[in-house]
Design a protein around this ligand. Sequence first.
Ligand code: G3D
Length: 187
Amino acid sequence: MVLLKVLRKQKIKESQARVLLLGLDNAGKSTLVAQILDEDMRSVAPTFGFQINTLTRDGINLHIWDIGGQQSLRPFWHNYFEKTDFLIWVVDACAPARLDKCIQELQTVLQQEDRLIGTGVLIWINKVDIGRENISLIEERLEKEVLGTLRENHNVGVIPCSAFTGEGVNEGLDFVCDEIKSRLFVL
Ligand code: G3D
């Protein structure tokens, strides 16, 4: 764990951070990237494979890897875990019927993957512009089923957001940058 933090610290000194953006398909990952980069959200197409975009914020170059979340692609997620500094997990606030699956996949990724130990984790509960009534339910389930264990190895933030309106997006990015920068003082 200490060695991992040393390595992570070195990379952060170079102001480069690899951020993995994961979640089930249709959660809004690519639309969030478009919102972050101030791009036209109407041109967002489903991600089959992955896309990398770089955002400079707070003196850090965040290399954001947007990975396709379709069921057929999930077995390949592990190919992207190496050298990841931060994981953003996107939950669809408008799909309570898929919450079981979403939580199960998050547990699989973070509890069984050693290469992610020590990364920061942001859970973005997206689409609150139309799914606000589900926020409490999702937060309660995350708290009960995932967060206790996650906090043993990760700094975790849970932030409701909307890729459409931008609500919670800056707050989330601030959490990402603050968490990454905090590791400069970890040793
Ligand atoms: P993905 O990259 O996680 O697979 P996308 O998801 O970014 O492709 O988004 C999936 C659908 O959700 C898209 O609608 C997109 O417009 C919509 N969406 C994404 N974010 C939000 C949001 O914050 N609010 C609302 N209301 N919708 C959102 P379509 O109709 O193109 O499938």
